[in-house]
Ligand binder design. Structure first.
Ligand SMILES: *Cc1c(COP(=O)(O)O)cnc(C)c1O
Length: 359
């Protein structure tokens, strides 16, 4: 049985700390849910603790939008031109970079007598989504010229630390500020929102001042993992154990580990490694890659080492642990970003909300 335990008290602390920190800098916080998706408990915690709105990277799988929302959430991925109808049903705002898609949003939205907000994404160096800075004014002009507007240009945004691992600096942050000012001057369109993200921003914000136009930050990883990605450093004011993965031992044995004379690839298609040899204590766990991303788990007991991962099993070497293990014992792990995503998404992993510190 694989469980993903969400410690609500610690989650609340992380949300409240980040909301206060960011609000003090003039930033509203968009809480990003990628793995957890439409999770009512988490959405309620987000909204009741000061998160301005929730952002999703996928259309809802179960075709229903949660009742916890006071307003429609934000779609933070580029919309597919094939899914515009559903996208505008669930979301009031989306992040865009293609004029053909923006025109399609306008058509579909106008046909339904609606208005959809467009945030134009700018690539400030991370080489993922967004138009190049030199093309921003041209695209904004084309957006302004769209007739019969079923859409509203609401601002610009950028994303850092995801593809090229680019961290915030004077140059990319000021670029966004300058573009916002130029759009207002040259196209007379108000730029209400200037959005930055994700959690990689947090380290920079500790010691740098933001230019005045930037007023929104999108945060996911730091809220759940207390981690600043890209520089990969724990945030000292945040819990890094909001999420704990827990699973039980199916069997234990002492095995002689030797390099086999002839060996090929393992079940996942990789060459096996034999870090330990000799007689070792091994536990076979009740989870594998169908339940989470096991390689990204960090056992709470430092004497445990994950040595092999299959679709439904994970093998742990516990020779260096003080504990003896038997079938049925539970082991706990901290999660990294990929473990979190896969754990939330897996239909086999049970999400458990821990409400009290001591239950
Ligand atoms: C995933 C994502 C975020 C959140 O990033 P974290 O590093 O998890 O905080 C923000 N914005 C966009 C566009 C994203 O795709």
């Amino acid at each position: 049985m694989a469980q993903l335990i969400v410690d609500i008290k610690k989650l609340r602390h992380n949300i409240q700390f980040l909301v206060e920190f960011c609000n003090n800098l003039g930033l509203e916080v968009i809480g990003i849910l990628k793995g957890p998706g439409q999770d009512s408990v988490i959405i309620r915690e987000f909204i009741s603790n000061g998160i301005a709105n929730v952002g999703f990277s996928s259309l809802p799988a179960n075709k229903c939008c949660d009742k916890a929302f006071k307003k429609k959430p934000v779609f933070i991925s580029l919309p597919s031109i094939h899914e515009i109808g559903s996208m505008i049903d669930y979301f009031d705002t989306s992040f865009n970079s293609e004029i053909s898609v923006i025109k399609k949003i306008n058509e579909v939205s106008a046909a339904r007598n609606r208005s959809h907000n467009i945030i134009l994404m700018v690539d400030t160096g991370d080489l993922r989504e967004g138009v190049l800075p030199e093309n921003v004014l041209g695209i904004v002009k084309q957006i302004r010229e769209i007739k019969n507007p079923g859409l509203c240009f609401s601002g610009i945004g950028t994303n850092l630390g995801c593809c090229a691992g680019v961290i915030p600096n004077e140059h990319n942050i000021n670029l966004l500020q300058d573009l916002a000012v130029q759009i207002e001057e040259k196209s007379s369109l108000p730029v209400k929102t200037v959005s930055v993200g994700g959690s990689v921003m947090l380290d920079w914000l500790k010691t740098n001042k933001l230019p005045p136009k930037i007023n929104q930050i999108r945060l996911g990883e730091a809220i759940f993992l207390g981690n600043i990605p890209t520089i990969d450093r724990k945030h000292k004011d945040l819990h890094d154990d909001v999420l704990i993965f827990r699973s039980d031992v199916l069997g234990v044995s002492e095995k002689r580990i030797d390099h086999p004379e002839n060996y090929g690839k393992n079940a996942l298609g990789y060459k096996p490694e034999f870090e330990y040899t000799g007689i070792r204590k091994r536990a076979i766990m009740n989870f594998g890659i169908s339940d989470t991303y096991p390689i990204g788990l960090q056992p709470l007991d430092p004497g445990l080492n994950i040595v092999c991962v299959n679709s439904n099993y994970t093998i742990i070497d516990y020779t260096d642990s003080k504990k003896d293990l038997k079938p049925g014992d539970f082991l706990e792990f901290k999660m990294n970003y990929m473990s979190m995503l896969q754990g939330f998404i897996s239909p086999f992993t049970r999400i458990i909300y821990k409400k009290q510190e001591d239950d």
